[in-house]
Design a protein around this ligand. Structure first.
Ligand code: DGL
Length: 274
């Protein structure tokens, strides 16, 4: 067997850092390689083919760095590329390796948050159009009704540090109202994009007090812990020195400046060419 290597964490850019932060808090003993495809972000507005192609290139990059387990910490990539990569590419490319996403772990437990059986999803246009959340939630909770709303202005607001500004109020209210208008009994709302936790304070200001807001980071982290426990054959391929490295497909200087907002700590990244 090759020597154990870091767990790969992928996102279109910065959003996956909100997931990595929780994964690292939960599983500090593992090594991680984070790669953000900033040069080609955002993914949320791109076609299936493009998101699939970019994500596959990223996954190959992680494999070329020895990773045996790659987490797509991006809802859009999980929605538009994961299934094809798992079913078509992985068996011929790296049969002993695994690629996991963020949608499945979230949909497995989302029903536990709702008493009314009506759940809202806020996500990128791409994730909403893929229908992945309604499809996956039906598998685990056939009785739950799912309502979706795309929030195309939220990623640019967050990336321009406008998440707490009065300008953000308009778009937070706009999308929340559009979602809640679909059914007045929605009692739980998922932030189905890894950027959105940065907008959480503003969303809470406008969210009716009896509606629960669900973030994915902790859910994905505890699901990964559970997965590694249930799959010792994968766990033994993951190195455990508590180390982490960051890569971006765009400028490392720009990445380092922006990344700390998402990760909560300063980072030093290197350039990656998938
Ligand atoms: N991080 C991506 C997600 O979770 C959204 C950002 C993008 O559009 O690239 O869907």
């Amino acid at each position: 067997m090759n020597s154990p290597k870091a767990i790969g964490i992928f996102d279109s850019g910065y959003g996956g850092l909100t997931v990595l932060r929780e994964i690292r808090a939960h599983l500090p003993q593992y090594d991680y390689i984070y790669m953000g495809d900033n040069a080609r972000a955002p993914y949320g507005t791109r076609s299936f083919d493009t998101v699939y192609r970019y994500t596959l290139e990223a996954v190959k990059w992680f494999f070329s760095h020895g990773c045996s387990l790659v987490i797509l910490a991006c809802n859009t990539a999980s929605a538009k590329a994961l299934r094809t990569i798992q079913q078509k590419d992985l068996p011929v490319m790296e049969p002993g390796s695994k690629v996991l996403g963020v949608i499945r772990p979230t949909t497995e437990i989302i029903g536990k948050f709702s008493l009314s059986g009506k759940v809202g999803i806020l996500a990128t246009k791409g994730t909403v159009q893929s229908g992945s959340y309604p499809i996956e939630i039906k598998k685990f909770y056939p009785g739950i009704q799912v309502y979706q709303q795309a929030c195309p202005m939220w990623v640019p607001l967050i990336e321009n540090h406008e998440q707490d500004s009065s300008g953000a109020d308009y778009f937070v209210r706009e999308y929340l109202n559009a979602l809640l208008k679909q059914d007045q009994d929605i009692d739980s709302i998922l932030l189905g994009c890894t950027h959105y936790p940065l907008l959480q304070n503003k969303i809470m200001q406008w969210l009716p007090g009896d509606i629960k807001l669900i973030s994915q980071g902790k859910i994905v982290a505890s699901s990964l812990a559970d997965y590694l426990q249930r799959h010792p054959e994968i766990d033994q391929k993951c190195s455990k020195n508590g180390e982490i490295s960051f890569y971006t497909t765009d400028s490392p200087d720009d990445f380092d400046l922006q990344a700390s907002f998402f990760y909560g700590e300063s980072v030093r990244s290197s350039h990656a060419v998938p």
